[in-house]
Design a protein. Structure first.
Length: 427
């Protein structure tokens, strides 16, 4: 079993505690905890994931073993907590990572994704809300009342959430067998929650939680556009974020995987092994699988001794469709045909042509495909474009066609045998 390291880092003058385990060069999984807990909630999960992944679980400022400056010294907002989390990952050299978010970890994670969508490889949300339908009104009414108006009455009501009874309630509610939940979990949380001045920190975050639902439309648009893999694993007995908060992810996340398990808000306390198995399976299929490069074989060059005779044979006798017969000058001609029912065309070239072995691949995004191939160790040449595109006679200039016109931009690579391929962009 992998060793778990317990470390500190100073970010923007604030000392943050974090747990880290797993191979330094492994895919990164960042675990973001909720209220009123800390990375302690992941104590049993981390060892079950760290054989394959580099797992990083920070304590938010004001929580766990991280610094907890007073509200006079630090403005506690979800934006500020996001800044510190991003700063920590920058310091650790992490640029790409999957997210596990729970409770307060969700609005921090959503901000991270919206700020830098390219950094996120996958999302696991465990009772981490991103939809209005997820709020359980009986719990949230007290919070909403306090957000709307801070009075002695609304503050007194919300302060119940800071009591040992409320902390215990969060851990046990919805759990079929309460004996599975270690009492040390809520006692640990309450011990840190009851530190002098921490109540004011939590009140500030209760107020600032009002900034989170307005981000949901942007989150939903991000999920649709990015098609980031999403696993929603939820304690169905949670009376803070209802199961509707999990199922809603299917509205926007492509192929979202949703699992409602018997358990409550802190699902790991009673179903850690089941959650770990779901995460491992999900990441193995959706994260570890090589990225799919959008390529399709379009043109194969066919050497012939007489282009006109071959053209007549393939169109009149074989039934190929003539796509292109372009000859702007006596010594430059492009003849291209498509076999019946095929997406791949044949280009007729004289047998003496220099590029008899050229094969063409079409991609909707030449720059992205080239970058992905380069990352995999394929020596792809520089991008070039037809020059000019109109009335082209075989000349090229460096770089992509600024107008991104079809069949105007190219890049080349060869396989180990010297078979050469040309990438060309087509939307």
């Amino acid at each position: 079993m992998s060793q778990v390291h317990h470390r500190y880092a100073t970010v923007d003058g604030r000392r943050l505690f974090y747990r880290e385990a797993g191979p330094a060069d492994g895919p990164v999984l960042v675990l973001l905890h909720g209220f009123p807990t800390s990375s302690y909630m992941f104590r049993n999960l981390i060892p079950q994931l760290a054989d394959r992944y580099r797992v990083i679980a920070p304590d938010h400022l004001g929580f766990g073993l991280s610094d907890a400056p007073s509200v006079d010294e630090f403005d506690y907002t979800f934006d500020a907590l996001t800044d510190l989390t991003v700063g920590l990952l920058d310091q650790l050299g992490v640029t790409r990572y999957a997210l596990y978010v729970q409770d307060y970890g969700a609005p921090i994670g959503w901000r991270m994704a919206l700020r830098n969508s390219d950094a996120i490889t996958a999302i696991v949300t465990q009772n981490g809300n991103g939809y209005d339908s997820g709020f359980v009104e009986s719990f949230w009414k007290t919070v909403w009342d306090y957000q709307r108006e801070q009075t002695p009455e609304t503050e007194d009501a919300i302060r119940f959430a800071l009591t040992p009874d409320a902390t215990r309630w969060q851990y046990l509610t919805g759990v079929p067998d309460e004996s599975l939940v270690d009492p040390e979990a809520w006692q640990h949380d309450y011990g840190l929650l009851s530190r002098p001045g921490n109540d004011l920190i939590q009140l500030a975050l209760f107020r600032d939680y009002a900034t989170n639902p307005p981000l949901y439309p942007a989150l939903h648009a991000y999920l649709r556009a990015s098609r980031v893999p999403v696993l929603a694993v939820w304690g169905r007995g949670d009376e803070i974020f209802a199961p509707e908060g999990a199922t809603a992810f299917a509205d926007d996340a492509a192929d979202a995987e949703i699992h409602l398990l018997d358990g409550g808000h802190f699902l790991l306390e009673s179903a850690n092994d089941e959650v770990a198995a779901l995460i491992r399976d999900f990441l193995a299929r959706r994260l570890d699988a090589p990225a799919q490069i959008p390529l399709s074989l379009e043109v194969v060059q066919l050497p012939v001794s007489d282009v006109d005779r071959a053209l007549a044979f393939y169109t009149e006798q074989v039934g190929f469709t003539l796509d292109v017969d372009y000859q702007p000058t006596a010594d430059f001609r492009v003849v291209q045909l498509t076999p019946p029912g095929s997406a791949t065309s044949v280009q007729l070239v004289p047998a003496s042509a220099d590029r008899v072995r050229d094969l063409y691949l079409v991609t909707p995004d030449l720059a992205a495909t080239r970058a992905e191939l380069l990352a995999r160790g394929v020596a792809v040449g520089d991008v070039r474009r037809k020059n000019p595109v109109e009335d082209w006679t075989g000349g090229f200039a460096d770089g992509l066609d600024p107008q991104r016109r079809n069949y105007a931009s190219f890049a080349d690579f060869a396989d180990p045998d010297g078979n050469s391929w040309t990438l060309q962009e087509r939307s």
